[in-house]
Design a binder for this molecule. Structure first.
Ligand code: ADP
Length: 260
């Protein structure tokens, strides 16, 4: 795989970490975290890379559930948090540090300081790739993350629906503004194949991401179907690329991982 770190823009790099790849979306609920998790696991399992996964979605951390990790991180001698590991991926999430049901009611500066601790205050060790599950949208936290981290590239996740794609364009334009290379667009919930009759239903519309990718001069890196297995595997903390690696959905994620 090609390393992008030479092209990286933004703040200083993290010692020992090669490429930092942001997985972003304009809107919440489009499958950004599910994509980040499956890509991270695929990079580790299929491509034998040393991979970290940072859950920067401070207000809605999903990584503890999706990676089945719930322990509080230990602290190293040099006072860094030691990431917890599952499925071959070292993870850090605010969800490891706060009570599961407690609302996170922080204002901007506290979010920034938490993100700083969760990036540079972590004993990541040597990593080929750190995948960052970004907060949804194009607010302060997203912009700061793009400027404070040395991002090698960003992956934009969207459903084919216009309302999601409009925000995906905003996300892409934000990265362009801060000169972070856009690796491409991933269309999630592309189509639903009925398990009974086998017919394809384009619940969120058809071809929307392809058109947007062309208009925005981005690559369409993959189309992930809307599938019950993707959701159940995530909920069980065993991403589909691990639990059913030969399924069409897992292969779709693996193909995206191959391109990042
Ligand atoms: P986001 O990070 O964009 O908020 P999530 O990755 O948390 O979105 O996904 C939202 C919900 O949709 C989760 O319950 C997840 O399991 C489910 N989901 C995501 N992608 C798919 C898919 N392709 N097929 C089925 N369910 C999906």
């Amino acid at each position: 795989r090609r390393s992008y770190s030479a092209l990286a823009k933004g703040g200083p790099s993290i010692a020992g970490v090669g490429d930092i790849i942001a997985v972003a979306s304009g809107k919440g609920g489009v499958g950004k975290s599910t994509t980040a998790v499956n890509i991270a696991v695929a990079l580790s399992k299929e491509f034998k890379l040393k991979v970290g996964l940072l859950d920067a979605d401070i207000y809605g951390p999903s990584i503890p559930t999706m990676m089945n990790l719930h322990a509080k991180p230990e602290v190293s001698e040099d006072m860094k948090m030691i990431p917890t590991e599952n499925h071959g991926v070292r993870c850090m999430s605010i969800g490891f540090l706060v009570d599961k049901d407690a609302p996170i009611v922080w204002r901007g500066p506290m979010v920034m300081s938490a993100l700083e601790k969760m990036t540079r205050g972590v004993a990541w060790g040597n990593l080929d790739v750190l995948v960052v599950d970004m907060p949804p949208g194009t607010g302060d936290a997203q912009l700061s993350m793009s400027q404070r981290l040395r991002l090698s590239g960003a992956l934009i996740v969207s459903t084919p629906q216009d309302i999601a794609l409009i925000d995906a364009r905003r996300g892409a334009n934000m990265f362009r503004k801060v000169q972070v290379p856009i690796l491409g667009l991933v269309e999630n919930m592309s189509c639903f194949k009925c398990p009974k009759c086998g017919e394809n239903s384009y619940i969120f519309g058809e071809g929307g991401a392809k058109r947007t990718a062309e208009e925005m001069d981005m690559k369409l890196l993959g189309e992930i179907p809307l599938e019950i297995g993707i959701r159940t595997c995530s909920d069980e903390g065993k991403p589909i690329v691990i639990s059913s690696p030969n399924s069409a959905s897992a292969q779709a994620y693996i193909h995206v991982a191959e391109k990042v």
